[in-house]
Ligand binder design. Structure first.
Ligand code: F6P
Length: 535
């Protein structure tokens, strides 16, 4: 692979100063550097990639063994080597047939749990599952990371389809989060979902206990209004949740890949089992595309290769995800965990230090809000930020179609502005038309120059439905997988979160005054003293 990386670097060197806009001299550019899948269109023509660059990137994917590793993942091989686990979130959205893991067909259990979730959601939505107050009006999902970001993001994204109980999401150990959430709720009509794969996460278990105490002050049988989503039947039982209220899953579903199964229960309660089935169908559709489409037409592979081109080859260290869709407001946060927890590693699968950089910093906000905040830096800052725009052909507000067109116009305008820029001559002409002359004209014009030639891609879909959201999330999951394979890392562990957790546990008795801080560094000691001084 080393020679392909070198060829890519050489190729980049030879093209880096050319104009992306100039590439459109080729009338076929837009069509050639776009891919359609169903109603979706992915346009990556506003990047500095050409046929040679793309072909080298495709060689890289082949040399890294993307197709073999993809099949190993789908077939249940233990590709999460540092934890000795299979990676089978895809099995949660394609439950047909059989799938052997560790000598056992795992799909009957998946199907049984899914059927239990459907029955529970149907009964609760029909009012047959009640709280002490005779009904359930509100659901509080307590979880963090993958047990929060996915369902929360999807609940907001699919609000036009939500006709079930109101859902609320509590994640932060900061008591303000749960206090603000519970303040507006009636314990007699609230269902609490404790979502934690491990059922040990300190934030979730602390908030779950707070919720239990809150409910216990009013409700005679609080456990009857609790549900657990976890891999640990033992721990959910110890917390006092009856087995029939526990929806389990296996350790081959990674936390940040878990919204397709029990962790998605809040979403299923909100949009109903049929809507949830559409969400799974969208993901299964993307799975099939990923497995069967030729690499040059394969959306996850192309997204990954463009990511590699921008990050590892061009050296752009961050990537902005900019959905022009207000209801995808939590998508950037969701993708931060998916991409950065998966590919923010420093050693390859065999433990050797990486010779190339790992995944980029991922960030973003919905447009048009970001335009009035950080786009200044994207357009005129000294660093290049590749932008991934996302936009829908239709909104869900037919009466506000004119606003949707304004949204679309802004999305396309930003991508165009990033590529086109504005030269000094153009800026000078604008300032001259305003009556400026001499040195002042020159000075003012320089502030109005846009370097342009900044790459972006646009992912366009028909409308944000459960099916399309399923496609989007699965697309990004597989993109992360392909990037991880090319970088040679394990995208499915997250050892980097452990040290901070251990130190937090050790700091607790120090903050409580039960242990001295003298083993800590001077800064930590100073901060402990400051933060525990209540005088
Ligand atoms: O600390 C990181 C992490 O383990 C994530 O990977 C995970 O999504 C999150 O914590 C929550 O974990 P759990 O679902 O086990 O509570």
């Amino acid at each position: 692979m080393k020679n392909i990386w070198q060829s890519l670097e050489k190729h980049y060197d030879s093209v880096k100063s050319r104009s992306i806009l100039g590439l459109f001299g080729d009338a076929g550019r837009a069509a050639d550097f776009s891919v359609r899948h169903g109603a979706a269109l992915f346009d990556f023509s506003k990047t500095n990639l050409d046929a040679e660059g793309l072909s080298l990137l495709l060689d890289l994917a082949e040399a890294a063994g993307v197709s073999e590793k993809r099949e190993a993942m789908f077939s249940g091989a233990a590709i999460n080597e540092t934890e000795g686990r299979a990676v089978l979130h895809t099995a949660l959205r394609n439950m047909d047939g059989s799938l052997t893991v560790g000598g056992r067909d795992v799909l009957p259990d998946v199907r049984a749990t899914y059927a239990r979730m459907q029955a529970f959601a149907t009964d609760l939505r029909a009012g047959c599952i009640k709280g002490q107050g005779g009904k359930i009006t509100d659901v509080v999902n307590i979880g963090i990371g993958g047990s929060d970001l996915g369902p929360y993001m999807a609940y907001i994204a699919l609000s036009p389809f939500a006709d079930g109980p109101r859902c609320h999401f509590v994640s932060n150990v900061d008591g303000a989060h749960i206090a603000d959430c519970l303040r507006g709720l009636n314990p007699e009509t609230t269902l609490v979902i404790v979502a934690s794969k491990t059922f040990t996460t300190i934030e979730t278990m602390t908030n779950a206990q707070t919720a239990k105490d809150w409910m216990g002050r009013v409700v005679a049988e609080p456990a009857a209004q609790f549900v657990a989503l976890s891999t640990s039947a033992e721990k959910t039982a110890a917390f006092g949740i009856a087995p029939e209220r526990v929806f389990g899953f296996e350790d081959w579903v990674g936390g940040r890949y878990s919204m397709w199964g029990p962790i998605g229960l809040s979403l299923m309660l909100a949009i109903g089992p049929d809507g949830f089935a559409d969400f799974l169908a969208g993901a299964a559709d993307m799975d099939a595309h990923f497995r069967t489409a030729a690499p040059a037409q394969n959306l996850p592979i192309l997204l990954a290769l463009i990511g590699i081109w921008h990050n590892q080859v061009c050296g752009y260290t961050t990537r902005a995800v900019l959905p022009y869709e207000q209801r995808l407001s939590r998508l950037p946060a969701y993708l931060q965990q998916l991409e950065m927890e998966s590919n923010g590693k420093r050693v390859s699968m065999d433990g050797a230090e990486l010779e190339i950089h790992s995944g980029p910093v991922v960030w973003g906000e919905p447009g048009t809000n970001g335009q009035h905040a950080f786009y200044q830096l994207i357009h005129q800052g000294t660093r290049v930020v590749p932008c991934e725009f996302m936009v829908m052909r239709k909104g869900h507000e037919p009466d506000l179609a004119h606003q949707h067109l304004l949204l679309v116009a802004n999305c396309l305008a930003q991508a165009e502005a990033l590529m086109r820029g504005r030269s000094l001559e153009e800026a000078r002409a604008i300032m001259a038309a305003k009556g400026l002359t001499g040195a002042e004209l020159d000075r003012q014009a320089r502030h109005r120059v846009f370097p342009g030639n900044r790459p972006s891609t646009v992912l366009a879909f028909d409308q944000l439905t459960p099916f399309v959201l399923g496609q989007i999330v699965a697309l990004y999951e597989h993109r992360v997988f392909v990037e991880g394979v090319i970088l040679g890392i394990n995208s499915f562990d997250q050892w980097g979160v452990e040290l901070g957790k251990e130190l937090a546990v050790a700091l607790q008795p120090i903050l409580e005054g039960r242990e001295p801080a003298d083993q800590k560094d001077g800064s930590t000691r100073q901060l402990v003293a400051y933060l525990t001084d209540n005088t």
